[in-house]
Design a protein around this ligand. Sequence first.
Ligand code: PLP
Length: 387
Amino acid sequence: MYWAQSDNLPTSGIREILDIALQMPDVIRLETGEPNFPPDRAVIDAFHQAARSGHNRYTSSWGHPQLREALIDKIQRINHVQRAANEIVVTPGGSPGLLLAFLGILQPGDELLVPNPGWPDYLGGVYALHIQPISYPMPAPEFWPDLGQLQTLVTSKTRAIVVNFPGNPAGSIPPVKVIEELVAFARKHDLWIISDEVYDQIVFTDQVLSPAQIAPERTISVYSFSKTYAMTGWRLGYVTAPWPYSESLYRVAMGLWSSVSEPLQYAGLAALNTGGEGIQARLEHYRRRRQLAWELLQSYDIPCHLPDGAFYVLVDISSMQMHSRDFALKLLEHEHVAVAPGSTFGTETRNFVRISLASSEEDLSRGLTALAQVLATGYKFSTTTLG
Ligand code: PLP
């Protein structure tokens, strides 16, 4: 019987560590980017209220009109971009939003520029759709795109570039000039910009300039409630695209998920209406944890990269002269600390591991101390039995 080759799809190194960590007792979990906070009370109440008062039906594949009206305001206020209601499609999370963008504008055989380092899950959707990912370097220490290199990667098949600021895993926010150059590059080669903005409200330094502010006509922005509102398990996001291209995204959404859960969309509306304080409070926690990580690693003389936004710190493990996957597996086995191997994000982070500031302060401090002691002493692990 015919079977599509999904076995060949790349798997995420974060998931590999997570799956092993879940089988072990007493693991300090620093590998996953998942806020350790509950959603705001008003969001939970709004979901219950919506379900009790009969909002349990299909909605339009565009999303609920009231939610889209509130999103027009959010996108203008926070992202400084004007979008009309018919340029917004509500999605079951940021990942499906990315898939919608890929399906809406790309065809099998097209080439898509993806960041290195970048979120590994881009590749699952890209390969499944028979799109060719072409990785473009964002080298340390800044982790900004190398525009000279980008120019050399364009071919007649290149259709789009994925950008992610602040991003996963480096959390860098390039200066305005770099974003302007990126947009000029996209214009020159007539490329779509798929701007992954799921961390748009988790920012420690200057606000990010969204490419959609400069080039709304060629930017598809992907947003999510997961990180900003601590709603990872709820699965709610949205995509913006210029009309009439937005209509083809709407058609794809219709075919993929028909519509997003109605009570969930009411919860999203409540999050937008009441979220300000909660967002600030969580941001303060992340800021404190960022400082905690910095001071702790400094005290052991361990080099690291601090984020401008999102909630990840890259810890330099080059002193161990080990593959970061092996290192992560051994750290898990010997110290019961789970971290994400830098290699899973691309070659530019192969000498790092990523730790998440979305874990509790206690876990962060215990896990980082164990990690720092291993690095500071050059501890030699015995052969691993994991992985
Ligand atoms: N984009 C990036 C860079 C991410 O790190 C994530 C999740 O970790 C997502 C998109 C997808 O988030 P979600 O599907 O939960 O909205």
